[in-house]
Design a protein around this ligand. Sequence first.
Ligand SMILES: [Zn+2]
Length: 883
Amino acid sequence: MLTPSHLRLLVALGASAPLLSAPADPIMGPGVSRQLAADRSSNISGVRYGLRLTVGRTDLARGSIRVQFSVKQASDVVIDFRGPRLANIAVNEKSVTTEFNGAHLRIPAEAVHAGDNVVTADFSTPIAAAGASIIKFHDDKDGSDYLYTLLVPSDANLLFPCFDQPDLKAKLTLELSVPERWKALANGITDKVDTAAGMATYRFRETDPLPTYLFAFAAGPWKSFTGGPRSTTLWVRASRASEVEIDSLQSQVASALTSLEKYFGVPYPYQQFQYMLSPAFPFGGMEHPGVTMFNEETFIYREPPTLNQRLGRRATIYHEVAHQWFGDYVTMKWFDDLWLKEGFATYMAAKMQAIESKAAPAKSVAASINPWMSFYLRNKPAAYDVDQTAGTTPVWQQLANLDQAKSNYGAIVYNKAPGILKQLNYLVGDSAFRAGLHQFLVTHPYGNATWEDLLGAIGTAAHRPLLEWGKQYILRPGMPVLEQNVDVANGKLRRLTLVQHAAQALSGAGVWPMRTEVVLWSRGKKAQSIPVEIRAETTIVAAAVGRAAPDFVFANANDNAYGLVMLDERSATWLGEHIGEVPDTFLRAMLWGAMWDLVRDARLAPMQFIVTALRELPAEQDEQIASGIVTRLSRAASNYLSTAQQAEIIGRVEDLLLAGAASAERGYGLRKNQLDAYISLARTPPATARLAAWLDSGSTAGLPLRQPTRWAIVTRLIERGAPNADALFAAETRHDTTANGRRSAFVAAAGRSSAATKAQYFDRYFRDTTLNEDWATASLRAFNTADQSALTLPYLVPALDSLPWIQKNRRIFFLGSWLGGFIGGHKSPEALLEIDNFLNQRQALPADLRLKILQTRDDLERTVRIRAKYAGSGAATSTQLRH
Ligand SMILES: [Zn+2]
């Protein structure tokens, strides 16, 4: 239930104000408009900043700035700043009348000379746990405070007055004063530290040219470790320093640097490589040269990691290191080309690991992992999930104002973009791809470029025009679906066709040109691979005709194509019975994905999928595949079934997961995945009683019980309203008094099945300035647990109404988590109707927010559709379950 205070709150937050306001002034209005950026980059050059800043334990930083720049013509110059105070403004050493409106400072043309100019000013900017450009983290364990900046995409102008746009790269000289016992690091090398009056002043060397969003510093009682094959420096907060796997991080960073230098033929382009583990970091990592940041929570393991966790950490390291060239050295001109850096960083991360894995000694761990399989698992399902919705966007995303840049982040740039680059690499071949990248980098050193520049460079190297390819994959929204049609007669293939169509009408007509590999597979025989070029709606695979009918066909072997493969019925039926018999792990992983796509498209009954998963999971030895099966099995069992179907099957799913977790002959990662799934799925009274008993025993299914798992158990018991959940929660809170314990308690309590709890949390999400985003994000799932959809349904529309506020006040990924939480907690037609009514009634909702809602709505719409089709069909599966 919404209390009146919430309604007032949303009005007070101005949640709907942006819908009503008149078009903003493109120059002096909020944010940085495309026009302002274009005007400035055509007139201004040679930008240098001299920044002096004093930070400490207070919640305000004070500073002074010297902006030096050249203009071609003397005209008004606009500088961006939205901190609380700007004073003592001088232009070319004279005090001038300027206009400052809280977003921009306008310097009149009379005060500007053609040629060199200097603007100086004093200012202040906030320091806070959330919502500031300088993030403060308080370490409960030792009482220390840590500060770090995070300016991407548009918060540099919250930190200091600047031209906040990526194509006015500048050199920054930073002088940072911090409390004497603190350490500080920044983009440039530390040249000198002076101490006086209890303060230490760090003078950093002038940086190489950087876009404003890459300026960064950190301050606090950090510990540092220099070493590893490349003599890199790792910074970490003192209270967690002993837990860091320093050697392993240092060697991964070094091999990423070396592999990328070698591949690109361009040496590491900055003064130093330092990196830090940032506490309560809202992203996985951030590529600031000299201060590359990683998420402390995912980089230090609180319990032994699974393979997926290790691979994820490694992929993040390679991603951020790849950015030093793609994003940092050559930067997009404007955030419409965000995909250029994100797509490349992820693609290159996999490519470098694949090259290293090939070179590794046979039978070593590195040689046993196929980075392309992890690349597929980490990217393709996520990309397809968004790209087949009505909320999708092109890879290149128009952006009128930098203050909407946050909306451009998401699966399209992070997961689709690397996927289409894989297709591009496959299309032009390895040597042309590499030569094109080298040319692209050396043509724009420390500069800016666009997607056309990139395709031009690769196209030239490949002697192949790529603009048409770019139109289809970069400018056109949506994605292709490939339908397999197999016609078999007398044990032979009579016809095999691939029919391409768009997943959504919004893509319009036309064919995505595609190069793919079709595999014909039969048990006991060598798989036959047929390369196919797709240029028309229907492609006849002529080379397949007359061959022996295979057990199954799959039209995207090795994952080179970007497209959703819909299995033909014959192949799907065989795989439903025998998928575990396919020995090639990469292919098997993709086949599981294709089976799941049939479920999501309401072509295969979820119960059918569950039957296959229950049969195959115990024998699946590959940890990545098993974890994918477990996720889908859990989702099918908790979301896609009717109450009666669920009652029939849930105990079997629980038992299977428990048996897998307890199976002593299986590896740790396999067991831990199933244990985690068992805990978050537990529904039946025996299962929840077992969870409660584990808390006393110190072990779970034979695995040692560590703190994160204890909290997962407490959270689940609270969500289920287990009889003694409150007492167990209180005991756990007393037992674990660490900062992480307080975070976990906050998350667990969000799962209480009480209207008062939901009201209190919803209020805190907006009002509590001490609540950091990491905590808020972590709690959204428990708040919206599907078991309590009746309690959370009243918050669905208010959650949607608050999107403009969230977009303005929260960091990049929060909005997606928010929507995923509030919409993801529902599976009913009523919830879907609420969303649709909202979309109909709020015609003035900004387009980017509407699309974000549509992206998340899609999964609910599928859930409703799947349940309508299959959840009524009762318990007809008992016989199938026996084998
Ligand atoms: Zn990135």
